[in-house]
Design a protein around this ligand. Sequence first.
Ligand code: HEC
Length: 234
Amino acid sequence: MLNKTIISLSIIIMATLACKHEPISTNVIPPNNNGGTTSSNCSPDTVYFTNDILPILISNCTMSGCHDVASHEEGVILTDYANIMATADVDPGNATSSDLYKVLIKTDPDKIMPRPPMSPLSATQIAMIKKWIEQGARNNSCTSCDTSGEMKYTTHIVPIIQTNCAGCHSATNMSGGIDLTNYLGVLTTANNGSLLGSINHLTGYSAMPKNGSKLIECDITKIQKWITNGAQNN
Ligand code: HEC
């Protein structure tokens, strides 16, 4: 009992330290790609764990009380590749026999994930997770990035927020009182400095995405450029 308590306490302390001391890195690949493969070009036919899957799981499943390391509801931890493969019953190549996929498409409100009142994943997100498992559930990532030209709210900013932030910052789950699923919500954080402060992990702001790695440099640049250009609703 005492041992268990000490172990859980150390895990919590380590997790806390890990967040606080995360260096401001300029790597394109987030640090939790340990042991994964990285291609220098993103193929449109491939679903990438680090780019596409992990951000969805972090932002929809790892809030406190759910599948972060400390809470590990039903033993499932969805914060990184190793834990996902060890605890979420993923059968590489076979989505329909993988719990990670099956729970997303349940119709029973007591079985579906995320649980109401949180919104279910979008059809696109569910299809992406299915495809990733069918493509072998690999620990892969890619680094192509195009930040040339004007960054537009709808084309460039909304997809980043949808993938990395919306799960915790929507009308049904307004973490910190912030809803980032509409333009005015995003504009407010752009204007008061908390958007750039939090994604750049600046002192004085909560580091975002909470529980996850820093956004890839490419996405931070896109958001920065959009704000510098007036944070327009374009
Ligand atoms: C796993 C849940 C989660 C994710 C994912 C997440 N947030 Fe947050 N966010 C929170 C919580 C909770 C707070 C309230 C402050 C705290 O507890 O750290 C918060 C606070 C904030 C704040 C206010 C920070 C401050 O110091 O004033 C901003 C801005 C923000 N989030 C933006 C984002 C953005 C942008 C993303 C995506 C890149 C994101 N969040 C992803 C949970 C999350």
